[in-house]
Design a protein around this ligand. Sequence first.
Ligand code: ZN
Length: 274
Amino acid sequence: MAADPSLRDKMNALEQFTNQYEEKAKRGLVQQAVINIPVVVNVLYRTAAENISLAQIQSQIDVLNRDFNATNTDFNSYIPAAYANIKANVGVTFTLQTVVRKATNKRSWTTNDDMKRSSRGGINPTSPTNTLNIWVCTLSNSILGYAQFPGGSSATDGVVILNTAFGTTGSARAPFNLGRTGTHEVGHWVNLRHIWGDATCGNDQVADTPPHNTANYGCPAQGHRSTCTGTPEELWMNYMDYTDDRCMYMFSAGQKTRMLAVFAPGGPRASFNP
Ligand SMILES: [Zn+2]
């Protein structure tokens, strides 16, 4: 927002647009067929291990397809009874179009988007107005990945994922070897916030998810409650928490509606939904 002051207005406008879409959805006025997203994966490597295999790349695409279509094998794992009815099939599919590979002498990259710019040694995105670009590289500071929310510059649009937290095979390392970093980051890319709202008992702008004290890590105990108003059980198995890959396995219906709003006519990613 410091670099692009117009972003705040754009995000506020998108929040209003999303509220209107949610009202229409409540009244049964929106119908959405499955949306297919073409994907380009951009691999930056210095070592052979960083030049990940096509099998590892496809394994991440496969996870996205399972997690966004409720066909993941852990979809029916434990969830607090209060939320048994909010689990959602989002209905977005992903198809790998191309892999772009580039050798580099950089040992690691930061969150300044250099990996997205050929002028800084990175790879420019391919057709970002109708293609999801994923950059896979070594990130510094223990960062697993980061994403650009809808409404930002198309020159930097997409998600970035640490190569050892990408996919389910090859260089992927436990506890981040089930592809859920990709699911989480793509969730941001379609406008989902962290489930704790990035504040103590914060607001994720989704009505059916409970307030959380803060991020959860590892695998919390069943029945773990927040100390927020009403002390609800926390939805730590949601993809937008920070739990280990094996302990996140669902989106909520409210998150689904929020995601689909960005693809609706007039939404910031409508060009992905012709
Ligand atoms: Zn996140």
